[in-house]
Structures are given as structure tokens and as C-alpha cells.
Ligand binder design. Structure first.
Ligand SMILES: [Zn+2]
Ligand SMILES: [Zn+2]
Length: 384
């Protein structure tokens, strides 16, 4: 059949395997070429759905997503149990490591780093940890916002200077420095896709978050007795286990994804907006948290504020990646493969003709098992 949007001859299917456009009458969904109701990395979801796993772990197949959701939930349940038992030091440690460790498992599971795990992990997760140690220690020498967490009642009051440093200067400095190791990745030519850049950036951000969290809570970790009354710790634990790593990971993921787009010669308003969004979200998160803590509002309101900021950031990442995937998958040759999202056996180029998944976001094992096919026009159907 001929695609309504790119006019190429493609195998029959619901989606064009060349350009990813939704075929046929799709007025109900808006623009069929942009198909925003079908996120290119995970076609079961809308682009504007602030889902954590499918956004920050884009190479996972359908089944693996559920496994990671369960693992994340189990980890959070573990933190809750430790908190209720009064084992705060243990709860802090589990919280700080939870998302970074899940991400390490993801990188291994999807083989995102292919044959070069040491270089990739060193320049992303490792680089983030080193930048996190340096920036956090230097930042604390200037102003220590973690006094709040160690002693939530002894509120020292927030000055304009503190607000400028913690709420404005630190977020900007962090967003610049976190992306530096990934920028100097020596074998980046082997990983040309924007989705790779996103994953490397998230790994760097999570490394940073791990170092920042452990240093931030170091005085609590060393001075608290093993067993204390649970108290108000649950709010700080929720920030440490979920919201802080998601903010740091998403922001750097977006910045590094933009660097990758720039290297492909594709720097448009959407990408520049992405960097602006990452910096603004970080300022809103850090500055907002400081102001809210100072005004002694219900700690739950702080968590809601942080979640709103992270949710907005996740949606922008999906918007950026969706358009990058639609553009970048178009160059792929035809091959026989199995779609990681709908598990259909397909003959496809850039997109699954059945569910519309961008196959550049497939796990590496599936990309490797693609068996090239030369003549798509000779194929009677995209499905078998
Ligand atoms: Zn097309
Ligand atoms: Zn599919």
C-alpha cells in the first residue's frame, strides 16, 4: 500500500513502517502523522502521560515494564516498612540507592551500552557520582540546606542569599556540570540515537542524585541511632527515594538528549525549550521546596509540588523523544523482527506496522536479531 503521509510504498499495516504515521481515518486522534495518542517508544500510551518507567526506561519491552514497576513498588514498600520499624538509617540508604540500582539493572537488561559497559557506565553513572560528590561538598561549604532535614524543628529561616544560592545558582550549575561527562563520551559515535542520549543523561543524573542524597543525609546517617521514633522522616524519605532522583535523572536526560540532537544537526525550538524546561523545573523544584519548607506548610504540600514539577518534566521529555523517534527511525532498512511492544512477528523498517512503536527504541538484543530484507514491495503483508 502507499502511505497517506510519506507517499512511499510500504507493507500493509495500521502504521506506516517508514514514517510511523497512523493510517486511514484517524480524525478522532488529531494529526495522524504526529500521532500523539500513540507514544513512539510505548504505543500503548499517549505522549502526554506522565508515566515514569516508560519515559525514563524507554527500551523496555511490554512485559519488562511490569517487572520494573513491581520492583520499584517493592523497593518503596521496603522503605515504608523500615520507616515504620524506626530503622531510619537503613531506610535512608535503601531510598538513596533504589532508583539508581533499578537503572543499572535496566541498562544491563536492555543492553543499552552494547559491548562497552565500562566506558558507558563510567562516563554516565560514574561521571554523575563524581560531579555529585564535588558539587554537593562545595555547595554545602557555601550554604547547607540539609540542616532542615537533620533537625526539622530547628528552622533557621531562609534568607534571600540562601534562596539565590540553593534555589537559583545551584540548579543552573548542576544542570551544566551533570551533562559534562556524557558530553565527553569517547565512543558516542556508536550510539547515535537520541534515545541513547536520553538514557545516558538519566544515568548521569541518577549518579549525581545518589551522591547528593548520601552526602546530604551523611550527618543523619552517622549521628542517628540505629533505631529511632519514625516521626516526620517519611516526607524526606519520599523525596530522597522518588522525587529527587526523578528530577535529577529527567533533567539531565533531557539536556543530554538535546546534546545528541545537536550532534545530529537537529537543534530546533523544541530542543532549546527542553534545556530551558530542565533548568526551570530544577529551579522550581529546589527553590519551591526551600520556600515551602520555610513557610511551614503541610509537608505533604511540598511532596505534591515536587511531583507536579517532575510530572511536567516527564511529559516534556516524552514530547521531545516522540518527535526525535519519528524523525530518526525513518532511515532504517527493512528487516524481519519481533516487535518488543506488541510481540508480533513483523517485516518492518523504522516502525512496527501493527502498533506503531519506533524500533530504534527496541532493546539491543532485538535490534541485533533483525534479519535484513531487501524488497519490501514483494512482502504481501506487514504481519504474519
Ligand atoms: Zn509513511
Ligand atoms: Zn508492535
Amino acid at each position: 500500500m502507499q502511505c497517506d503521509h510519506c507517499a512511499q510504498d510500504v507493507p500493509d499495516g495500521v502504521f506506516c513502517t517508514r514514517c510511523g504515521a497512523h493510517q486511514g481515518t484517524t480524525e478522532e486522534f488529531g494529526n495522524a502523522k504526529l500521532r500523539e495518542h500513540r507514544y513512539a517508544a510505548h504505543p500503548g500510551e499517549h505522549v502526554a502521560q506522565p508515566s515514569v518507567i516508560t519515559t525514563l526506561f524507554p527500551h523496555l519491552g511490554h512485559n519488562k515494564i511490569h517487572e520494573f514497576r513491581w520492583a520499584f513498588t517493592a523497593g518503596l514498600a521496603g522503605v515504608l516498612v523500615l520507616y515504620l520499624a524506626g530503622l531510619i538509617t537503613a531506610a535512608i540508604l535503601v531510598s538513596a540507592f533504589l532508583v539508581p540500582v533499578l537503572y543499572l539493572i535496566y541498562l544491563y537488561e536492555a543492553q543499552v551500552y552494547r559491548d562497552e559497559p565500562a566506558t558507558i557506565l563510567g562516563f554516565t553513572l560514574g561521571g554523575g557520582i563524581i560531579v555529585g560528590i564535588v558539587v554537593t561538598i562545595l555547595g554545602r561549604a557555601i550554604y547547607n540546606p540539609f540542616d532542615y532535614q537533620v533537625n526539622p524543628l530547628g528552622n533557621p529561616g531562609v534568607s534571600i542569599g540562601a534562596l539565590l544560592v540553593v534555589g537559583l545558582v545551584m540548579p543552573v550549575v548542576q544542570e551544566v556540570l551533570k551533562a559534562v561527562p556524557a558530553f565527553f563520551l569517547p565512543n558516542r559515535a556508536d550510539f547515535p540515537e537520541t534515545v541513547d542520549g536520553l538514557v545516558f543523561g538519566v544515568a548521569a543524573g541518577l549518579g549525581f542524585s545518589l551522591a547528593e542524597g548520601l552526602i546530604g543525609f551523611s550527618s543523619a546517617l552517622t549521628t542517628l541511632p540505629a533505631h529511632v521514633a519514625p516521626g516526620n522522616w517519611i516526607y524526606d524519605l519520599a523525596t530522597l527515594a522518588v522525587l529527587q532522583p526523578l528530577l535529577q535523572g529527567s533533567a539531565t536526560g533531557m539536556v543530554v538528549a538535546t546534546i545528541w540532537r545537536y550532534r545530529r544537526g537537529r537543534l530546533a525550538g523544541r530542543e532549546i525549550g527542553g534545556v530551558a524546561m530542565a533548568v526551570i523545573a530544577h529551579i522550581a523544584f529546589a527553590g519551591g521546596t526551600l520556600v515551602l519548607k520555610d513557610s511551614a506548610v503541610n509537608p505533604l504540600a511540598i511532596l505534591i509540588w515536587q511531583a507536579v514539577v517532575v510530572g511536567a518534566l516527564l511529559i516534556y521529555i516524552r514530547y521531545l523523544l516522540h518527535h526525535a523517534l519519528l524523525e530518526e527511525a525513518a532511515h532504517m532498512g527493512f528487516a524481519e523482527t519481533v516487535c518488543p511492544s506488541c510481540h508480533t512477528h513483523i517485516v518492518a523498517s523504522g516502525f512496527c506496522p501493527n502498533c506503531g512503536m519506533a524500533l530504534t527504541a527496541a532493546p539491543n538484543a532485538i535490534k541485533r536479531s533483525r534479519r535484513p530484507r531487501k524488497d519490501p514491495a514483494a512482502t504481501p503483508s506487514g504481519r504474519s
